[in-house]
Design a protein around this ligand. Structure first.
Ligand SMILES: CC(=O)N[C@H]1[C@@H](OP(=O)(O)OP(=O)(O)OC[C@H]2O[C@@H](n3ccc(=O)[nH]c3=O)[C@H](O)[C@@H]2O)O[C@H](CO)[C@@H](O)[C@@H]1O
Length: 399
């Protein structure tokens, strides 16, 4: 662009101002980055990726989200037509001697080629991996194309894919500081928290929509939210359906999000129960912001995004870690909430109907306790995690 005062002497104040303006404009163009966010495979990777994508778009960067071919990815992406999603084959790493290994390696190779082509063609300058083996090929491709690479791990024990790719990364971002110990000591880590998507953050203080009316629930009753991660949790569903009589006796109403796989079975279990009349059962909920607003308490798995959201909304919780999660990371996630006084950790093995109802009653019938837990949850919330990750990306490019 030609400077309108280009003929002025270079020392004149007008020329200095013009130079400053041109530098600022060049900088802002340079700062319109194209960022590739690899975040498929599960809601726990996808939703934080979406949250970061939303902040980057608001800062006028271009964002492409790489997701897998799994149903949950399509379901989550369908609620975000404003974002660009591209698919990569889903890759779960098998054990080293498994006959599935050649297929996995072939998938990595294909993903690597696809990502490298995309990075070069679309002038992508940053690759952010949100964890899982769907991040593996994009991070390697970013490294090979010499663009900036970052990973974010939202669990207290990081996943295998992130541990492997960390050595190819310029920056390691964490949901919980506890995860730092699992990365090589010479690699620097930064705790950002786990991002919560904007629909949830905007709705936290929005009183325009009546969440009770949305679910057909009674605003005068205490509400127990039951949620088992993005794909539901059989262990949590079973524990709750076996406790319906005890929960009925507490006089609470239930908002039970079952996950698509268990929906029918859960509905059948409620069929003959009184409490069915005070319950809303859904296979999947696209309006989690409304669910958290009605929740006086939650019975939940301890996936990182669920925890970040419970903390954001200050919902006290009974946390039932997924017993076979990799390296038992959900137990370590839940232990952080338990220690902070934000949740109560009960293993799936210990969760009898009596225990479940006792913990629910203990929290919902004691308003001082539930208030303390709610405040403790809000205190450990990193409300601006998405902004912190976007800052880390911009600062890295600026280096
Ligand atoms: C079984 C397992 O290994 N799960 C892991 C998976 O997350 P997984 O997807 O199981 O669970 P998370 O709790 O992290 O995320 C669930 C997300 O799904 C959303 N949601 C859920 C149900 C619904 O009906 N609607 C909806 O929108 C929630 O708002 C939340 O954003 O990756 C996470 C991040 O590495 C880990 O912490 C979890 O341990």
């Amino acid at each position: 662009m030609e400077c309108p005062v280009g003929r002025m002497t270079c020392r004149s104040p007008g020329a200095v101002v013009c130079q400053l303006l041109l530098t600022a404009m060049a900088r802002s163009n340079q700062f319109r980055l194209h960022v590739l966010i690899a975040c498929g495979g599960t809601g726990g990777h996808l939703y934080p990726g979406i949250a970061v994508g939303e902040v980057l778009r608001a800062r006028r960067h271009t964002v492409t989200l790489l997701i897998s071919e799994k149903k949950i990815d399509a379901l989550a992406a369908s609620a975000h037509p404003e974002l660009r999603f591209e698919k990569l084959p889903y890759l779960a790493m098998p054990s080293p001697l498994s006959p599935k290994m050649p297929k996995f390696l072939m998938g990595v190779w294909k993903g690597l080629r696809q990502c490298k082509a995309m990075i070069k063609k679309e002038n992508i300058r940053v690759v952010l991996g949100m964890g899982g083996f769907t991040s593996f090929a994009p991070i390697l491709a970013g490294r090979q194309c010499k663009v900036k690479t970052l990973i974010h791990d939202s669990n207290a024990i990081p996943g295998k894919a992130n541990r492997l790719t960390s050595r190819y990364c310029d920056e390691i971002l964490l949901g919980f500081g506890e995860a730092a110990a699992y990365f090589p000591k010479h690699l620097a880590t930064q705790v950002t928290g786990t991002p919560v998507r904007s629909a949830l953050r905007q709705a936290a203080n929005d009183n325009k929509e009546d969440p009770y009316a949305f679910f057909g629930l009674n605003p005068n009753l205490k509400t127990l939210l039951i949620i088992g991660g993005s794909q539901g949790a059989r262990g949590v569903n079973n524990a709750v359906t076996h406790s319906l009589d005890q929960l009925d006796a507490l006089g609470v109403q239930l908002l039970h999000i079952t996950g698509p796989g268990d929906y029918q079975e859960v509905c059948d279990a409620y069929q003959t129960k009184e409490i069915k009349l005070r319950s809303h059962i859904a296979a999947f909920c696209h309006r989690m912001e409304l669910a958290y607003r009605v929740a006086d308490m939650a019975v939940a798995r301890s996936g990182a995004s669920t925890l970040a959201e419970l903390a954001y909304f200050g919902v006290p919780s009974l946390l039932v870690p997924y017993p076979t999660a990799a390296d038992d990371h959900q137990t370590k996630n839940a232990a952080i909430f338990d220690k902070a006084g934000a949740g109560i950790l009960v293993s799936e093995l210990e969760l009898s109907p009596e225990k479940l109802a006792a913990v629910v009653g203990e929290i919902l019938n004691d308003s001082a306790k539930s208030q303390r837990m709610s405040q403790a949850a809000q205190q450990i919330s990193c409300a601006n995690a998405a902004e912190r990750i976007a800052d880390a990306i911009e600062q890295l490019v600026d280096k």
